[in-house]
Write a protein that binds this ligand. Structure first.
Ligand SMILES: NC(=O)c1ccc[n+]([C@@H]2O[C@H](COP(=O)([O-])OP(=O)(O)OC[C@H]3O[C@@H](n4cnc5c(N)ncnc54)[C@H](O)[C@@H]3O)[C@@H](O)[C@H]2O)c1
Length: 320
C-alpha cells in the first residue's frame, strides 16, 4: 500500500463499546467494514446500538437518512477472524485491553491478512511495540486511538510505535483526517500516551476528592462540565495558564502540587465496581444507575448532547 487511496475493504476486530463505533464511522465514510467479535451476542447487541446511533446522527443532521442506510449496508459481521479479514487491507483491533489477548489477535491477523495490510490498534495506552512484539512485520502496526463514542468524538490519537514505518504512520494519519477527525500525534511511545495520561491524572484526583469526603461525585462532575471541560473545549491548559496569568498559576502551584494525590493504585471504588460487575452504561449500572432505561435511549441522550456541542465546536475551531 502506498497511500490511503489503496485502502479497500476494512475489518474491525472486537465489536464492543469502541469497535462497533469505529466500524460505524468508517462505514459512514464509504468503507466496507467487516465487524468481528468472538461473542455473537455482543455483535447482535452492538449492531442494534449502531443502528440507533445512526438515527441520532440523522436527527442531528450529521448525516442523511439515505447515507446512514448505505453505511449500515456496508457493515457486515462475523465471529471468525479469518472470514472477517478476508480481502481487507486495513484492520483496526479493538479487543479487550489485555496485552496477551491483543498479541494473540495480532499473531492471527498477521497470518490471515495480505502482505501490505496495515494493522491499527485502538489500545488506550499499551505500547504499540509491545503489541507488535514477535511479528514478522511490526513496521505495519500503528496506534489509532479513538475516544468513546468514536463515531462522534473528533480527536483521534495517532501513535507511532518504535518500529512503525513512516508509510504506515502517514497512511493512518491521512485516513483519520479523511474521515473528518482531528489527529494528534504521540511521537514517542509511553504507557497511556497523551490522552490517558492526562485523563488518568485528573481522574485519580477526582477519586481522591470523593474517597476523602471532600466532594460528592456529582459535584466533581459539575465542576468538570461547567468549568474545566467548558474552557478546555476552546482553549487547552497551556493557553488557559496564559489567560489566567503564569504568575498566578505559579503561586497556586507552589503550595498545591505537593498536596495532590500521587496514589499508585487503581482507585478502590473502581476495583469494587469491577468486582460487582457494575461496568457502566453497557451493564445498566456504574457510578450512576441506568437500569430503568433502555441502553439505546441512554446512548441517544449522551450522543445528542455531544452532537450539539460538536456543531458549536466546529464553528469555533473553524472546521465546519
Ligand atoms: N471504552 C472506552 O472508552 C475506550 C476508549 C478508547 C480506547 N478503548 C480501548 O479500545 C479497546 C476495546 O475497548 P472497549 O471499551 O470497546 O471494550 P469492550 O469490552 O466493550 O469490547 C471488547 C470486545 O472484544 C471482544 N474480544 C475479546 N477477545 C477477542 C478476540 N480474541 N477476538 C475478537 N474479539 C474479542 C469482546 O468480546 C468484546 O466485545 C481496548 O483496547 C480499550 O482500552 C476503550
Amino acid at each position: 500500500m502506498e497511500s490511503i487511496e489503496d485502502i479497500g475493504k476494512m475489518a474491525v476486530i472486537g465489536a464492543g463499546v469502541m469497535g462497533h463505533g469505529i466500524a460505524e464511522i468508517y462505514a459512514l465514510n464509504g468503507y466496507s467494514v467487516s465487524l468481528m467479535d468472538v461473542d455473537e451476542e455482543i455483535l447482535e447487541k452492538n449492531m442494534a446500538l449502531l443502528k440507533s446511533e445512526l438515527k441520532t446522527l440523522v436527527a442531528n443532521e450529521f448525516t442523511t437518512r439515505e447515507a446512514s442506510e448505505s453505511a449500515l449496508k456496508r457493515v457486515s459481521t462475523s465471529t471468525s477472524l479469518e472470514e472477517a479479514v478476508d480481502g481487507c487491507n486495513y484492520v483496526t483491533e479493538a479487543v479487550v485491553e489485555k496485552l496477551d489477548v491483543k498479541r494473540k489477535v495480532f499473531k492471527k491477523l498477521e497470518a490471515a491478512v495480505t502482505e501490505d495490510a496495515i494493522l491499527a490498534s485502538n489500545t488506550s495506552g499499551l505500547m504499540i511495540s509491545k503489541i507488535a512484539e514477535g511479528l514478522k512485520k511490526p513496521d505495519r502496526v500503528v496506534g489509532t486511538h479513538f475516544s468513546v463514542p468514536p463515531h462522534i468524538v473528533p480527536g483521534v490519537e495517532i501513535i507511532r510505535g518504535n518500529e512503525t514505518s513512516d508509510l504506515t504512520f502517514q497512511i493512518a494519519y491521512d485516513l483519520i483526517k479523511k474521515i473528518g477527525k482531528m489527529p494528534f500525534v504521540v511521537k514517542k511511545e509511553i504507557d497511556g500516551f497523551i490522552l490517558n495520561r492526562l485523563q488518568s491524572a485528573l481522574v485519580r484526583e477526582a477519586f481522591y476528592l470523593v474517597e476523602n469526603g471532600i466532594a460528592e461525585l456529582e459535584d466533581v462532575d459539575i465542576c468538570l462540565n461547567s468549568v474545566l471541560g467548558f474552557r478546555w473545549a476552546t482553549i487547552g491548559p497551556f493557553k488557559q495558564i496564559d489567560s489566567a496569568g503564569v504568575d498566578s498559576w505559579y503561586n497556586v502551584g507552589s503550595y498545591l502540587f505537593p498536596s495532590l494525590s500521587n496514589s499508585k493504585e487503581v482507585p478502590k471504588p473502581m476495583t469494587e465496581k469491577v468486582e460487582r460487575g457494575e461496568l457502566g452504561m453497557k451493564k445498566g449500572k456504574g457510578f450512576y444507575d441506568y437500569s430503568k432505561f433502555r441502553i439505546e435511549d441512554v446512548i441517544a441522550e449522551r450522543d445528542d448532547g455531544f452532537l450539539k456541542t460538536l456543531k458549536l465546536m466546529r464553528k469555533i475551531w473553524k472546521t465546519d
